[in-house]
Write a protein of this length. Structure first.
Length: 486
């Protein structure tokens, strides 16, 4: 009901009314971005969160202004007040972390259901339950609600809907459990297969079980700015039908999945930066094996799906309907496994930690609640990494030549200079020297080996650089086979 004014009382200006509305909210800053925490009058105790610079916040201001005055503010005044609020957040707002979909620590995890009531699922070592919203989650127009999870639900209900081997099923579920952990690093889920293998559907299921969206996957980004925009708007970055991964994209995806930070220019007309410092799950799918970059391959789970037999094919509509039916129970089962991981995390000590140590520890801790015998995950995961390393080595002309050369030597230790190594590899260079991966000079050999040292170690090849005791100038290389955890 609008306020009645006495004849001598000064009528408040549009700016004063809008600022009084904003004063009823809490304005916070998260890494330089402003958010409004708004109490929902229809739902006591529920707090909604909107970016101050976004359309939803302006819509809310318009609505509140109309509710008080039976009028709407001018667009110019609305923009002016929003600009002032952005400045207020920058210089006066308290710093508070705002999350997308998932937040938490080792004591509890919160999952935003993204429903109209702003409810969350709270997961603890003792189980999970649905709670009112907490005012720490942001949303955007692409995010879709997750249906109410079912207590006692079974992850196994998903298996008939995915076209994969038993070993790939273990890795697929493991990735889902890992993606529901608030902290990374996260292995990149790569799903490959020929046409008709349901790879896009399988990738979309993975996205929908962690971060439901109206558009579940996108085309490959055109540049790093495009990728950062996608990552900031979603919990899961899902890229469909990738035919080739250029070097810049490979490096960027590695930074997103395992951390390291990322900066791009906000506009070409100023020096403002968009800062991205999150770790997020990533899903890629492609017809071919696109993980030729060693760093990307080393951080990935690779699943290759067989073609679905023609007599077993179903319509997309029927598959989606069945997935919708089992989703609440499958998601409930995943939440139970996350609770188990929280309960057992500190006491779980695998005999061998892989490169993605945090991920493998998390899934191992969850195994008593997963649909396989404890210990199966590390066995399958190690095998998958070994296969991926082997494929990447075979796809890289330089590393393939090193493997051939070492095999010809019977795996004996070799020591020498970069120049000497280039000479040793010369007989194995036939048909390979035209590749960009082949080093043309001794200096390039050293640089290439330093970049590949960690990856070669996964293949059981140790590379060491050293100087002889009485020589300050002669640099030597030592190469030998070893046996290590993949």
């Amino acid at each position: 009901m609008k306020n009645r004014k006495t004849p001598n009382e000064k009528k408040p200006t549009q700016a004063e009314i809008l600022m009084s509305i904003i004063d009823s909210t809490t304005i916070v800053s998260n890494s330089g971005e402003a958010y409004a925490q708004i109490s929902d009058n229809r739902q006591p105790g529920v707090t909604q969160v909107y970016p101050v610079a976004g359309r939803d916040f302006k819509n809310w201001l318009n609505f509140e202004f109309y509710r008080r005055t039976d009028k709407t503010p001018t667009p110019a005044m609305l923009s002016s007040v929003v600009s002032a609020t952005l400045g207020r957040a920058r210089f006066e707002g308290k710093e508070q972390k705002i999350y997308t979909r998932i937040a938490g620590d080792k004591t509890r995890i919160l999952y935003d259901l993204c429903d109209g009531d702003w409810r969350t699922v709270m997961i603890t070592p003792n189980g999970w339950s649905i709670k009112p919203g907490t005012g720490i989650f942001k949303r955007n127009s692409n995010m879709a609600p997750m249906p109410n999870p079912v207590q006692g639900g079974k992850i196994e209900a998903l298996k008939p809907l995915v076209n994969m081997s038993d070993d790939d099923w273990v890795l697929y579920v493991a990735w889902l459990v890992g993606a529901l952990c608030p902290w990374g690093p996260y292995p990149i889920l790569f799903i490959g297969g020929a046409e008709g293998s349901a790879k896009t559907t399988t990738a979309n299921f993975a996205r929908a079980l962690v971060d439901p969206a109206r558009v579940l996957s996108s085309a490959p980004p055109r540049d790093d700015k495009d990728l950062v925009v996608q990552a900031k708007a979603n919990r899961v970055v899902s890229i469909d039908n990738v035919s080739y991964v250029p070097g810049w994209l490979s490096d960027a995806l590695c930074r997103i999945s395992v951390g390291g930070g990322y900066m791009v220019r906000k506009l070409y007309t100023d020096d403002s930066l968009v800062i991205f410092d999150h770790q997020q799950p990533v899903v890629l799918n492609s017809i071919g094996d696109i993980l030729s970059n060693n760093d990307l391959a080393d951080r990935s789970i690779s699943l290759f799906l067989p073609q679905v037999p023609e007599k077993e094919r179903k319509t997309q509509r029927s598959i989606e309907a069945e997935f919708k039916r089992v989703l609440p129970g499958v998601f409930g089962g995943l939440l139970t496994s996350v609770s188990m991981a929280l309960k057992r995390l500190d006491e779980t000590k695998p005999s061998c930690l892989a490169r993605m140590a945090d991920f493998s520890l998390w899934v191992t801790a969850a195994e008593p609640a997963l649909p396989w015998e404890p210990g199966r995950f590390m066995e399958v995961y190690s095998s998958n990494r070994a296969d991926q390393v082997q494929r990447s080595i075979e796809n890289n002309t330089f590393t393939a030549a090193i493997i051939d050369w070492l095999g010809g030597r019977g795996g004996k230790i070799w020591t020498g200079t970069s120049k000497g190594l280039l000479g040793e590899l010369k007989p194995y260079a036939v048909g390979r020297t035209d590749s960009k991966e082949w080093p043309a000079t001794p200096e390039a050999v050293g640089k290439k080996l330093r970049r590949l040292t960690g990856f070669l170690a996964r293949a059981g090849i140790d590379v060491d650089f050293y100087r002889e005791p009485n020589s300050a100038r002669t640099r030597k290389i030592k190469i030998e086979y070893t046996k290590k955890c993949l």
